[in-house]
Design a protein around this ligand. Structure first.
Ligand code: UTP
Length: 290
């Protein structure tokens, strides 16, 4: 069994749901408490045993590359002022893992973005993390999926149960339960209306894919929303390989959406040992006064 050590993080999307702030600022760099959203994705990859990470980036996303690079002047300044703790936190980010970049010149959709990872992953199975989805869990979500991949070899999609009324915001699977939290997928459909949705199991931004996905993507045209959809390509791999849906353990925040973004900040701030209590008291006070 091949060890999964590579992760792909696509960050080339426009982030229109968060406009206007994303007009000149990558959504992946927006802070969730005191770290940019993308750092949560990288930390999850590292904690899941990933050695190499590929960012699929695009125009206007340079801030992400700078963030994971050394910041020589800033580091010198912090050193001079003896701010060791801050210096360590800044340096740590640049030294977490090997990071590679490839540009998606036109944002044609998530499927097209993942297609750009072909040379990077070669023959190996690989993880995909969408930085929009922050998953708060004791065991990193991708690690849970990696463990399961040892038992159920095939493509693996993280799923969660959603209210059927919101099925048109997600990729939905038609699947049969085969074990605790694990489903075998028969087909997938991108953003179906509730009446067409085969289940209430929605695909969330964590995947384990194999190189079969690239052949499938080659023949995949733009689908829903005029975008090359990863779900359409995964559907095509079903004739070659099994696809499993895994109901992950943890709480997922969609930080690519305004409400989800605010919820993530509140929930993760409340968990902080250094100021969680103060935030809790503040929230209680403003609710009482409202
Ligand atoms: P989303 O559809 O959530 O991201 O894609 P978006 O397009 O940036 O957001 P909205 O809908 O306009 O607000 C899921 C992930 O896939 C990446 C995005 O950066 C996001 O992390 N993506 C999407 C690409 O890398 N390339 C694309 O062409 C589309």
């Amino acid at each position: 069994m091949k060890e999964i050590t590579k992760a792909v993080i696509p960050v080339a999307g426009f982030g229109t749901r968060l406009l206007p702030v994303t007009k000149s600022q990558p959504k992946e760099m927006l802070p969730i408490v005191d770290k940019p959203a993308v750092q949560y994705a990288v930390e999850e990859a590292v904690q899941s045993g990933m050695k190499d990470i590929l960012f699929i980036t695009g125009r206007g996303k340079r801030a992400i590359e700078d963030y994971f690079d050394y910041a020589i002047e800033l580091e010198q300044e912090l050193e001079l002022k003896g701010k060791t703790e801050l210096l360590e936190s800044v340096k740590k980010v640049s030294e977490m893992v090997n990071i590679f970049y490839v540009r998606q010149k036109i944002a044609k959709g998530l499927g097209d973005a993942v297609h750009h990872a072909k040379g990077f992953v070669n023959e190996e199975p690989f993880g995909v993390i969408l930085a929009d989805d922050i998953i708060d869990s004791p065991e990193p979500c991708l690690h849970q999926m990696k463990e399961l991949y040892q038992k159920f070899t095939g493509l693996m999609l993280a799923v969660m149960k959603i209210p059927l009324s919101s099925s048109n915001m997600y990729g939905i699977v038609d699947a049969k339960k085969i074990s605790d939290r694990v489903y075998e997928v028969n087909s997938l459909i991108e953003k179906p209306e509730p009446i067409e949705a085969p289940s209430n199991l929605a695909i969330i931004g964590r995947y384990i894919l194999t190189n079969n996905i690239f052949a499938a993507l080659e023949g995949t045209n733009a689908g829903k929303g005029g975008e090359v959809q990863l779900t359409d390509a995964i559907n095509k791999t079903l004739i070659k390989e099994k696809v499993y849906a895994y109901e992950f353990e943890g709480i997922r925040y969609d930080v690519g959406d305004k409400v989800g973004y605010i919820k993530a900040n509140i929930a993760l701030a409340l968990k902080r040992k250094d100021f969680g209590k103060e935030i809790k008291e503040f929230i209680a006070k403003i609710i009482e006064e409202a």
